[in-house]
Design a protein around this ligand. Sequence first.
Ligand code: SF4
Ligand code: SF4
Length: 505
Amino acid sequence: MSAPTYDLGKLHGGLRLEAHKAASTAEPVLQIPIPDQLVLPITQHAGDPAQPIVGIGEHVLKGQLIAEVDGSLGAPVHASSSGTVVAIEPWPVSRRHGDNAPCIVIECDGEDRPIDAADAAPDWSTVLPGILLKKILKGGIVGLGGAVFPTAQKLMEAITCDPDYLILNGVECEPYISCDDMLMREYAHEVLGGARILLRALELDTCYIAVESDKPAALQRLGEVLAELDDDSVVLKQVPTIYPSGGEDQLVQLVAGREVPSGGLPTDVGCLVQNVGTAAAIYRWVVRNEPLISRITTVTGDGVVRPVNVEARLGTTIADIIEYLGGYTEHAQQLIIGGPMTGKSVTSDRVPVVKATNCILVMSDAPVIGDEMPCIRCGDCAAVCPVQLLPQQLFWYTCADDEAKMRSHGLIDCIECGCCDLVCPSHIPLTADFRTAKARIRELADEKSRAKRARQRFEARNERIEKEQQVRDEELASQKASARQAGADAIAEIMKRKQRKDEDQ
Ligand code: SF4
Ligand code: SF4
């Protein structure tokens, strides 16, 4: 095994932020006991909701499929412990749009009885790549770095692009979040096992695992396990601790020195990026037949008594986790799911842990930011933008609602990292503005595509009706011709008979 390498491409912009990770990494990952009740949203991924396939009153086993893929970009949902389905109803959740979503509620029986693991493949290295890939597609696995894009879809798309490298993202650059750091320290075998399974399934030769320089314990542990495995196909890459080096495009730039084109994907430049947590989830599913039913999440901030990383079953509510950790402190004023830069505030701790929950941040009130003032054109926002956008320009275009200009100035490439906000001396909420504008552009695009599909359906229907009418007209014409011919034949027969009769007389 070679030592971690440093030959990295340069990242534009970015910021060095205070980490705030020491508190949550001071002790090992804590296992959260089975709660009385699990609340499992049917949408824990980027695409259409999954469709429940269990009914109220039905008993389910741990790992059992309870909602199947329905529509595009779907991912199945599995029961994270055994028990009885007691409700399928709207429940508070954390997501960008809307605060309630349909959830399957399971009352746990405390026995944690698993489904049959007959499909497990402990010796995955002898399984054919195509069969491995098919297995990975069914595990309900999504990108655990935050985007929750269904892994199955991502792998299938990647195969068509014939990538050169697999890059595992162990760069956890946002302050406070340390779940991937602890995963790499404590479950290095699973991370590396997942990497090697992915290499075999995709028939690739090289996997880079990128880890930030402020995670020496994780780098060391991964290095030790790699040495045991004696596998040169996996290479550790240490990247500088700069926010947001963990963004997919930024990571590709850092690790492979390749620039993802505007509006493009890492696979456009030969790189497939997966989170280290996703790799570990793939390992568990392939080797133990355990679908994605739990995850490590960081619970931290000055509002929680015991900041620590926990492994919780999906569907465990934040209230249950905080109670197990000794409750809230007197500083607890706000609850954020995710980190302080890209997370989302929620108003209820009834929200469950889902596939995307990498951090539960309990904080005192946010520091008072000064009043918003006019832009002074200092250019600081552009200097820190990792995507090399011009945030001050974009801000004018969003104010003017000029969609064409927003598009031509790359708004859609904004990764909503928040760097421009942090440096803006005029306290302009640029990122929130860009997020809203992007959502509006996406909505308009969806509307346009819906309208296009409706027009295509309408035209296809008209075409079908015209064709059917044409067939009917042809049939009618043919029937008329037949009738005319039959009439003519009958008259001819009568004439023949008459002629024969006349001749006989
Ligand atoms: S939020 Fe968008 S515009 Fe602002 S720095 Fe990040 S990528 Fe650039
Ligand atoms: S940092 Fe703020 S004040 Fe400076 S150019 Fe950007 S938007 Fe204007």
